[in-house]
Design a protein around this ligand. Sequence first.
Ligand SMILES: Nc1ncnc2c1ncn2[C@@H]1O[C@H](COP(=O)(O)OP(=O)(O)OP(=O)(O)O)[C@@H](O)[C@H]1O
Length: 583
Amino acid sequence: MFGNLTYLKKYFARYKSSYLLGILFILISNVATVFVPILIKDSINLLEKNLDTHLIVNYALYTVGITLIAGLFQFFIRETIIVASRKIEYDLRQDFWEHIQKLPLRFFQNNSTGNIMSHATNDINAVRSFVGPAVMYSIDNGTLFLMIIPIMLSLSPALTFYVLLPLPFLSYLVYVVMRKIHVKYTRIQEKFSELTEKAQENFSGIRVVKSYVREDYEVKEFTKQSDEYLKRKMDLVRLQALFHPIFFVIAGFSTIIVIFVGGKMVIDGEISLGIIVAFVAYLSMLIWPMISFGFVANLVQQADSSMKRLLKFFNEPYEIKDGDETDYSIENIEGQIEFKNVSFRYNDFLPPVLDNVSLKINKGETVAFIGKTGSGKTTLVNLIPRFYDVTEGSVTIDGVDVRKIPLKTLRKNIGFVPQETFLFSDTLAKNIVYGNGNEDEEMIKYVAQISQLAKDVESFPKGYDTILGERGITLSGGQKQRTSLARALAIDPKILILDDSFSAVDTHTEEEILKRLKEFMKNRTSIIISHRISTVKDSDKIFVIDNGRIAEEGTHEELVELGGIYADLHFKQLLEEELKELN
Ligand SMILES: Nc1ncnc2c1ncn2[C@@H]1O[C@H](COP(=O)(O)OP(=O)(O)OP(=O)(O)O)[C@@H](O)[C@H]1O
């Protein structure tokens, strides 16, 4: 039971002293608290014999003093335990974030952003409620309970027995209701996850929503989900609302028993009037621990299921990481790439995307991959920076298997311009230097020049300090692609991979970029993926990929001569251009 929470041991250990101090403060505060009814009992017993105002004032002052001490230590309890719980929450969130950052691409394809976000917020919060309030209340109320019962027994064992009689019913009620609450809470969390996911996806795809005029539809869809969330939440609230009054009714029985049974005992001269008053006071102190028992049980159950979900993430293997075979003496790479009999499939249940691919790219060369959509070009280049690892065969750089090169060294040397541009909502300059954080103005201008971005920036009132909207929404498609290229160049890469990176750039600008890139990429390796013959024709070598295999390879002239897939494509694109010119 609650095995998932044992994971938190290391966090508790980190803040052990705060918790120990908190427990000490709890004990002090509770000793003071339980002393108050004894004072009341004594004062009433004395008053019965001697009506002295001086005595009443004295007892009143004692009571106030002791209550103040109890209150002060309640403050210290929060200063230690609750503060420690906030620190644990911080540590847990940091660890979660760090872990998620290191997970492979595969993980992000299987888990939606909304799903991850809801774990990072709700689940961590539920765990915090456990390490803070749940721990504090259970120790606080548990010790209070353990202190009060012996005192009550010492005052009147018989009355204690009658007073505590309703308690087992209370415990059973708490147990039953808590189980129901747990089920309802899990259903709420699941729905909240879906709701967050829906919102996240909607915002990301807002352009599509608007262009297809689906705003009303989206509102309806969201309302459906939101209504269901509300329904589940109300289900829980209703149960909780019912639970509390029933709880107080049962607890109230104890008070009735004290007055009825205790009253009879006073009449029979078995106990003093002061004892009844003390019992009523102790009972009022016991009601909150009884309620909080249910409250704490609720928190613990919620925290346990949240921790279970978080552990699923924490137990996700890094898959792609440095391992025993990593050679840390490799601090740099030159750029010679070789694929040896490489096969790849995205998972065991899917057919291979790459089938026995072998190819060699020399340092300083510019090679291109061309082929039908879905033929495996992106997959192939993804294996170079180890976004995925090969299923069979090997990818080597400078003759060393990429799995032996420290991941940091490997990726720091590869400038990757992905098919889908992603820019952060920061300044243009910060986006360009994202890879190394070096905000050297000259360097930024230099890479912007090569990427043919500089001219556009001149027209921006704030130049490189222009803040880009979310995902670069304030730039045109071509500007975004060129910023992405500048970002790759800014890390001074040994290998540059351009995955269909000019699709939104006109052919004239593209030609200009390629001309400048030629100069920049001297002695470095360039890999270009494109559907346009004009982009790839000047490459040192062109590979035609078809159905996960290399169907043809050679220079532009050689491939045209060959009269195969490439020549066919070349012919079609020439025709298209001629037709365009005629129009
Ligand atoms: N994460 C993934 N999980 C499963 N299958 C995938 C994944 N990514 C790509 N695929 C599949 O792998 C195949 C090759 O895709 P890939 O993106 O490599 O093609 P491509 O040649 O780059 O296509 P395009 O020219 O359209 O970009 C496709 O059939 C695609 O559906």
